[in-house]
Write a protein that binds this ligand. Structure first.
Ligand code: ADP
Ligand code: MG
Length: 315
């Protein structure tokens, strides 16, 4: 099988439905909506750095798109298409079948079509660039937080990053199936992001750890923030397994793909109602302040002396 046969067999699913032109020409064509903007994001996954060689190909296909959809969610964008560039060590049909099954399952659930890409031989790496629609001016950016806003986070935190550590330490077998699924097949908070367009002032998805990602909001918005330790929705499994480390893990662990967002206090009840409608817990974990620093305080209001560091490439 050559390159073109491989593309035809595994990646080309016929004419594009949500865009004017998909796979097969020199470029795909995408059409902005009237009074709309197109949000674009890209993520590169390299074997040995972002995933283990023994990861299930279906999980890898899922996660490669999920991390991009999570970025679209964090901007309040509605996904519609993506490009896939892969470098493959060889043509392993079983691997490609698993990979595309995982990839197209999540793509179809979010009505996000594969529109093109590039295929080459080389060490295994996967790059996806995803596109979403957002009404002009409605995107949730990192620079919109205002002093007095509440700070919110979706779902539970600390679980996936703790599970990664357990796997590294050879104790992956003891992780619950639910938590392993959250790590291997994270659910991007797309519906939440779209609904937050009208309610939030700033948003970011948690990929590098809560404090690090909050740091991006604080820097870009030129504000400070206070986080209430006791309000953090820490994964129960982490609290049970490592009670002394749970808070630090929840503050610094990456790979969560939850949304961290800010919103004016008058939107509290609307946000609570939204969480109920989406069946997704939304926790109010602190507030935006004047200044430039982040303070984490315990249940009695005492600030933590030292804060854990977050993940940084080349760090
Ligand atoms: P070109 O040489 O013009 O860049 P290619 O030969 O690389 O085109 O690709 C042929 C067609 O197949 C293009 O439409 C391209 O978008 C598509 N394609 C290549 N690789 C992939 C892939 N991994 N997934 C989806 N579409 C792909
Ligand atoms: Mg090409």
């Amino acid at each position: 099988m050559g390159e073109f046969e491989l593309i035809r067999r595994f990646f080309d699913r016929g004419p594009a439905r949500r865009s004017p032109l998909g796979i097969g020409d020199d470029c795909a064509l995408i059409a902005p909506r009237e009074h709309g903007q197109i949000a674009v994001t890209s993520d590169l996954l390299i074997e040995g750095r972002h995933f283990f060689a023994d990861v299930l190909p279906a999980d890898l296909g899922h996660k490669a798109l999920a991390v991009n959809l999570s970025d679209l969610a964090a901007m309040g964008a509605e996904p519609f298409g993506f490009l896939l560039s892969v470098s493959l060590p060889g043509i392993d049909e079983a691997w490609l079948e698993g990979f595309t099954a995982g990839l197209f399952a999540i793509a179809d659930r979010h009505r996000c079509e594969l529109l093109g890409g590039d295929t080459t031989a080389g060490p295994l790496s996967i790059n996806i660039t995803a596109f979403g629609h957002v009404p002009a001016g409605a995107a949730l950016r990192r620079d919109g937080a205002q002093p007095g806003d509440d700070l919110w986070v979706s779902g539970e935190i600390g679980g996936p990053s703790w599970a990664v550590g357990e796997r590294y330490a050879g104790r992956g077998g003891a992780i619950s199936a639910t938590l392993a699924a959250r790590l291997d097949r994270p659910e991007p908070r797309v519906a939440l992001g779209i609904e937050l367009r009208h309610l939030a002032s700033a948003a970011i998805d948690l990929s590098d750890g809560l404090l690090g990602d909050l740091g991006h909001i604080v820097d870009r918005s030129r504000v400070g923030a206070e986080v209430d330790e006791a309000a953090l929705p820490i994964a129960a499994e982490l609290v049970a397994a490592a009670p002394q480390r749970a808070i630090e893990q929840a503050l610094s662990g990456g790979d969560e793909y939850e949304l961290l967002f800010t919103a004016p206090p008058e939107n509290r009840s609307a946000i609570a109602a939204l969480g109920q409608r989406l069946e997704l817990p939304l926790a109010r974990i602190g507030r935006i302040r004047d200044g430039a620093s982040i303070v984490v305080q315990d249940a009695r209001g005492r600030p933590r002396a030292s804060l854990p560091r977050s993940h940084e490439h080349f760090g």
